[in-house]
Design a protein around this ligand. Structure first.
Ligand code: NAD
Length: 480
């Protein structure tokens, strides 16, 4: 059971967070600490978090199992390992990221000055996490925030209470300085209080576009900058120019991205667009592979469930009303009674006006749409879903690939694979338009939680050359 943070405590914790940041800066100034010291200090904080996460591996896996029957394999490979690897990468990269960058200016203004760009901490930041990767998407932004020198308030998702409790345990076990990372447990009510406090220097929100708009509106009142990591319907092209020898691998990669975590992935291939000339054959192979990859699902199968009854009901009602032909992995129905489990499902001959084509599905349902004309299809995507978080292209024709890339904007793109681009270090991960703004990932994550400050130290004797700027102005001065 998750005990929500009392509303009165929220103000106290925000105050403590801000005090921690100010005292830390004061201490650094008073003791005249070097940048090297600060780098080592932040690396040590990150190491403590790293080991606390590592030590809790089994508890993390069990917590997610309790929360939504999260498959052990997915927790380890998609969340746990990525989080630990990213922390190591950050620890290793910090000296480079934190070093001041010298700027040379050969104009009279700066040629004798000392000009540097420093990456300074933003201050106190708020991180709001979603349910679908409840550990990674809560703690990874926290790690970046610490790497940037900030103090943090974290609100994990209330939909995954066991994981939220483990996160609290991990933070406690890390023995971070008191006030550096504080956790607020709760849902919309607690979050509403946080986002309307006007006390944060940045809000880093991951979740649905609907709530993203609420967060941005609240933040705007106090001019608080945000990063919004949202979702969307990410299209996947399977064109007639994909070599047949690639079909099977392509479909397996699409199924992996679309059905892992029971389809609850922000960058999942949300629907598949198959050219009409190959549609029948692709559907035949897809059906065969579906049954091979998911032979028979029963209550013991390692398959993640939908997060709650609402999500289950929403999906099953739509399945009852769709006009598409449904092909599902086989299930042992009697053993699945009462579980929020929907088996991997293909929707054949799906139309653009199908109920599964209205909003992000966030379930293991893959509509397969037949298309004839690429440009008209891109027009449709832009009309219906504007700018998704990802786009996927399976084609072996580079002109065609470039055509899609040029016309269709998306947060990220993969050609020949799905979703694993989020694991590549030092690449920006974030949306465009309706899928959000701002990004993180390696040095981009460090940048998301720091401010680049130009510090220009000018020698006083430079007025020999620069005194013409002072009034009184005159023609003679301008001609100099
Ligand atoms: P959500 O928007 O329902 O919840 C996210 C957070 O907002 C939670 O902490 C929740 O407590 C809080 N919240 C919910 N309602 C609120 C309200 N009315 N006012 C203030 N706060 C509120 O999202 P979710 O269902 O947990 O996650 C799924 C969504 O997140 C999907 O749309 C998915 O695409 C997106 N997502 C995006 C990324 C990304 O990196 N871009 C990653 C994962 C998930």
């Amino acid at each position: 059971v998750l005990s929500f943070t009392p509303l009165d405590d929220i103000d106290i914790r925000i105050k403590r967070s801000k005090e921690y940041f100010n005292l830390k800066q004061q201490q650094l100034a008073l003791e005249n600490k070097s940048l090297k010291y600060e780098i080592r200090d932040r690396q040590n904080l990150l190491k403590r978090l790293y080991f606390a996460i590592k030590d809790n591996e089994e508890l993390i896996i069990l917590a997610m199992e309790k929360d939504f029957n999260r498959s052990r394999q997915e927790t380890i490979s998609l969340e746990f390992v990525k989080l630990l690897n990213d922390i190591l990468h950050i620890i290793e990269s910090l000296p480079k990221w934190m070093s001041n960058k010298k700027v040379n200016d050969w104009s009279p203004v700066g040629m004798f000055g000392n000009i540097q760009i420093q990456n300074i901490a933003l201050g106190t930041v708020l991180i709001i996490a979603p349910f679908n990767f409840p550990l990674l998407l809560a703690l990874l932004p926290v790690v970046y925030a610490i790497s940037g020198g900030n103090s943090v308030i974290l609100k994990p998702s209330e939909l995954t209470p066991n994981t939220a409790n483990i996160i609290e345990r991990i933070v406690e076990q890390s023995q971070l300085p008191s006030g550096l990372v504080q956790i607020i447990q709760g849902g919309a009510v607690e979050n509403t209080k946080l986002i309307n406090s006007g006390e944060f220097d940045k809000i880093f929100y991951t979740g649905s576009p609907r709530v993203g708009a609420i967060v941005a509106e609240a933040a705007a009142k106090s001019l608080t900058p945000c990063v919004l990591e949202l979702g969307g319907k990410s299209p996947t092209f399977f064109t007639q120019n994909l070599n047949r020898s690639h079909w099977e691998t392509a479909l397996k990669r699409i199924f992996f991205g679309s059905f892992a975590n029971s389809g609850q992935i922000c960058v999942r291939p949300d629907y598949l667009l198959v050219h009409s000339s190959i549609y029948k054959d692709v559907v035949k192979l897809a059906t065969q592979l579906l049954h091979e990859m998911f032979p028979l699902i029963d209550s013991q199968t390692e398959f993640t469930h939908l997060i709650n009854d609402d999500s289950y009901k929403r999906t099953t009602i739509k399945l009852k009303t769709t006009n598409s032909n449904i092909i599902q992995a086989k299930i042992d129905e009697s053993s699945l009674q009462g579980l929020n489990l929907v088996p991997p499902t293909l929707l054949i001959d799906c139309d653009w006006d199908d109920s599964f084509m209205k909003e992000e599905n966030f379930a293991p349902i893959l509509p397969i749409i037949k298309y004839d004309n690429l440009d008209k299809t891109i027009d449709k995507i832009m009309t219906f879903h504007d700018t998704p978080l990802a786009e996927y292209i399976f084609s072996d024709n580079s002109t065609e690939i470039n055509h899609i890339l040029t016309r269709l904007r998306a947060g990220d793109c993969m050609v020949g694979d799905t979703i694993i681009h989020v694991g590549v270090p030092d690449t920006p991960f974030g949306g465009i338009g309706t899928s959000g703004y701002g990004n993180y990932g390696g040095n981009y994550g460090f940048s998301a939680f720091t401010h680049e400050r130009t510090v220009f130290k000018q020698p006083y004797w430079m007025d020999l050359a620069l005194s013409m700027r002072y009034p009184p102005y005159s023609i003679t001065k301008r001609q100099l």
